[in-house]
Design a protein around this ligand. Sequence first.
Ligand code: PMV
Length: 340
Amino acid sequence: MSTVAVRWAVVEAPSNIALVKYWGKRDEALNLPAAGSLSMTLRDLRTRTRLEWRLDEQGEDAIEVAGRPLDARGRTRALRILDAVRAAAGLRARAVVHSTNDFPTAAGLASSASGMAALALAAVRAAGLDWSLERVSALARLGSGSAARSLHGGFVEWRAGTRADGEDCVAVRLAGPEHWPLRLWAVLCARGPKAVGSTEAMRRTAATSPYHEAWLAQVGRDLPVARAAIARRDFDALAAVAEASALRMHADMLAAHPAVLYWTPATVAALHVVWRARAERGLRAFVTIDAGPHVKIVLPPQPAPGEEALRAELQRVDGVEGIMQTAVGPGARLVEGGER
Ligand code: PMV
């Protein structure tokens, strides 16, 4: 009789961009957010992860991203996911993980959402657990909050939940990518890693910004508005709520002490370029910005005349390193898996 020594899975998971932002935790250890958030899944920024459970092997998990060991911070987060799967599946096993991104990690585009979502799905599927994507989202959240939103395709809402154990803090799919194939341009406004990590920046904001309670209350009002705009495919309504959500999140950070400011001069210049194109030429586009300097521009499904001029203008902005074009895309998926 042959015994199984290795169980493995290869998965792919996408990145996502929040339209109603997540900024502030109600529990840091479990990465539970203080409010819900809403995102769209991105088509072209994906992580592919191969994970092997080496059954009955002792020793440390090996986790590599693009051929290099994962850094200490990432490793601590990844181990939360691996330990949770070992406990749930009753596995005595060491994990060997290889991960690659189909976008340049060094460009500073978020890779933790796609990376932690891929790790969670690979660990679960390789362990033979038949968990729903909602349940996998709660696991991915242990690695990075925004990763919870990267399991589903299309438009996704991550519910804050109220339970202390976080079991009701899961991401649900609102609509698939075919519902409304919005496009996105990521305007790269700096190189290199960000100065302050999002966990530290959120902690500082919650502790010192006098606007933080107002921010959290606003999220509660924005979520139903964004949900309804997506259901109706109402671009102007989504633009209004999403752009305001991003700017209010940054206002909350700016009100922290010491202030958290991710923007560079190129960020501000790109914002003005988009706003001018909208005001003067009626271009339909809105802006969102995460915990970094890059400006993400959301555009309707059909390209409009005038977009090329906008792109050329953005490329001329001092400090803009490039523009990446993508669109709403599908969710995470198992590519292959098995045992030997
Ligand atoms: O969970 P993290 O560490 O990726 O935090 C994400 C925070 C923002 O990107 C700024 C907002 C969001 O909702 O994605």
